[in-house]
Design a protein around this ligand. Structure first.
Ligand code: GLN
Length: 200
């Protein structure tokens, strides 16, 4: 039985732990390098990526996180967690760093000030939607501006120009969503992540 850590520097840690329990995964909070060593996979929660980055630096976690991800540890990031997993960010604060690992460019607060938060039903074939659409909650969310060759686009949000902005991606064992499944009752994204963890 794998143990899934939840990066617990800041953000909605408990909500992720509750969802992981729903899909039958053992989880525990991760705040230190030794706690990181003890888990098989990691969830990076929603919250505020600038704060998460500064605390990861302060706690000496940034390099260990980079090493684990580079070594193939499965990881799932929601919202701020997606920003943390991105190799490149736009709209970050001066000097803002990420853990990286995903060959994506993520734009912070992409949906703009007028729409601080919104909810919408998504087509998400990787988890069996549209049969049962995924009700996604977005809060000052990023979107994925560019993806590299090895990245699968899992879901988009319809926008005015008809193309749709990318809001869910997978690259090997790394998964990221712009939205917060941990704030809903739909555990399918966490179930998908647990499948990735078990395959690894
Ligand atoms: N806007 C936040 C950031 O830049 C993310 C918001 C969220 O995680 N709900 O980190």
């Amino acid at each position: 039985q794998p143990t899934v850590g939840v990066l617990a520097l800041q953000g909605d840690v408990r909500e992720h732990q509750r969802m992981l329990a729903t899909v039958g995964a053992q989880s525990r909070p991760v705040r230190t390098p030794s706690e990181l060593d003890a888990v098989d996979a990691l969830v990076l929660p929603g919250g505020e990526s600038t704060t998460m980055w500064r605390l990861a630096r302060t706690f000496g976690l940034l390099e260990p996180l980079r090493r684990r991800v580079a070594d193939g540890m499965p990881a799932y990031g929601s919202c701020a967690g997606m920003i943390m997993l991105a190799d490149r960010i736009e709209g970050g604060v001066a000097g803002q760093e990420t853990v990286g690992g995903m060959d994506i460019t993520v734009r912070r607060n992409a949906f703009g000030r007028q729409v601080d938060s919104f909810e919408t039903d998504l087509d998400f074939p990787a988890i069996g939607a549209p049969v049962e659409p995924f009700h996604a909650v977005f809060i000052r969310a990023p979107w994925v501006e560019k993806v590299g060759d090895g990245v699968d686009v899992l879901a988009r949000v319809a926008t005015g120009d008809g193309t749709g902005n990318i809001v869910a991606v997978r690259q090997g064992r790394l998964l990221a969503t712009s939205f917060h499944p941990e704030l809903t009752a739909d555990a399918r994204v966490h179930a998908l992540f647990l499948d990735i963890v078990k395959e690894a």
